[in-house]
Ligand binder design. Sequence first.
Ligand SMILES: *[C@@H]1O[C@H](CO)[C@@H](O)[C@H](O)[C@H]1NC(C)=O
Ligand SMILES: *[C@@H]1O[C@H](CO)[C@@H](O)[C@H](O)[C@H]1NC(C)=O
Ligand SMILES: *[C@@H]1O[C@H](CO)[C@@H](O)[C@H](O)[C@H]1NC(C)=O
Ligand SMILES: *[C@@H]1O[C@H](CO)[C@@H](O)[C@H](O)[C@H]1NC(C)=O
Length: 439
Amino acid sequence: MSIFGKNFKKHAHSYSGRVYNSDRKWIIPFFVSLVVWITLISAAIFGYYSSSSLSNNQDLLSFNMAKSDDSGGYFVEMNMDKPSDFPKEKAPRLAYLISGTKGDSKRMMRTLQAVYHPRNQYILHMDLEAPPRERLELTMAVKNDQTFAEVENVRVMAQSNLVTYKGPTMIATTLQAIAILLKESLSWDWFINLSASDYPLVTQDDLLHVFSNLSRTLNFIEHTKLTGWKLNQRAKPIIVDPGLYLSKKSDLAITSQRRSLPTSFNLFTGSAWVMLTRSFVEYCIWGYENLPRTILMYYTNFVSSPEGYFHTVICNTKEFTSTAISHDLHYIAWDYPPKQHPRYLTIKDFEKMINSSAPFARKFPKDDVVLDKIDKELLGRTHRFSQGAWCVGGSDHGSDPCAVRGDDSVFRPGPGAARLSGLFAQLLSDDFKNKSCPV
Ligand SMILES: *[C@@H]1O[C@H](CO)[C@@H](O)[C@H](O)[C@H]1NC(C)=O
Ligand SMILES: *[C@@H]1O[C@H](CO)[C@@H](O)[C@H](O)[C@H]1NC(C)=O
Ligand SMILES: *[C@@H]1O[C@H](CO)[C@@H](O)[C@H](O)[C@H]1NC(C)=O
Ligand SMILES: *[C@@H]1O[C@H](CO)[C@@H](O)[C@H](O)[C@H]1NC(C)=O
């Protein structure tokens, strides 16, 4: 094609040189032939382009189809015969967002240390309500940690956002954090959302070991379809989040106008705590298809967008519907009858938390004794971090075994891994899978 282009240019040039100098009688035939020439060449070029873009599309199509085929095989072993789908590394990597507000810096640090593993990526966001001093405290705590400084996998979002509880500014912050994680690290498989009042119930070795065996197409997102009176109650009001344009925090404003129910997509709702695959969040962030963007714009005026945005996107995208596992991987306890916020967990909930087999729980009061019990009995957290096979230093004279790092792709799973395997066996059973994105 480039050869064509060059020849054409050369010809046109040399002809044009003569046009002005010589007899003009042949100008008309010349232009006619030029037009024919241009038509022929552009037809050739256009034909080439359109056929190539068509075949690209077909590639894309078959690629998508291969991907959705793959969702039938939830375990990695079932995908062994498809080398293109087989993950590059046997051991997965996770990307965590830990968010907090005023007074949360110590808690965020504790949660971070409890879920820390050198394989993973971490990003911390402290909202604009926290005073600059506290944000600085958190940043310094991260900076001064020897391990974080060496591995370079923990970052604090420099720019903090005004976040309105239940408003779209919450979603905006989550999307920004994901975008940073995508830009900074090429190799994580799942994104996980935690707050300062969350805490793990298993070690990262347990989690990474069990996730090594899972298909990396699975999204853990608790969801149900919005129907009936709930649909009217949630979808008709129009809210405005002042956090989008004011510099001081104020409550969501509800307008007196109501809007009609959407007809071009179905609304889903569920837990705001999610564990999403890299391919799904890329789909949401990159916006090469318009649906994630359209739905984001729609949710700008919706109450509790964090409890609906990802849910509605995933359940309205054919490629992803069968990958949505309806569980948020958290143990959360509610009062009876349920209030707006979940109940604080205490030592009395310890056994129930373990029985749930969930990898995380919420919400915990600051520095509660139950956290010390979890550290001691479930995480083996004697120093900064939960125990892991990567901690290969000695522990005599009370020294921190994680001060010396070993191979981060070797795991030492404990009882937590057995509990998790039990949970996933249940979540991946036909019975449960059939509940993905109900129609
Ligand atoms: C992410 O985590 C925070 C906890 O800080 C939560 O409030 C928020 O709704 C979560 N989900 C999303 C989708 O942003
Ligand atoms: C993962 O799969 C391998 C091979 O099938 C198996 O030996 C191992 O026990 C599995 N691990 C878990 C945690 O399920
Ligand atoms: C936890 O599970 C064990 C064994 O299944 C059971 O005996 C116990 O009553 C459970 N505890 C709670 C608090 O549900
Ligand atoms: C799940 O769906 C499949 C086909 O879609 C069906 O054959 C199977 O019986 C369903 N299982 C349950 C437990 O509903």
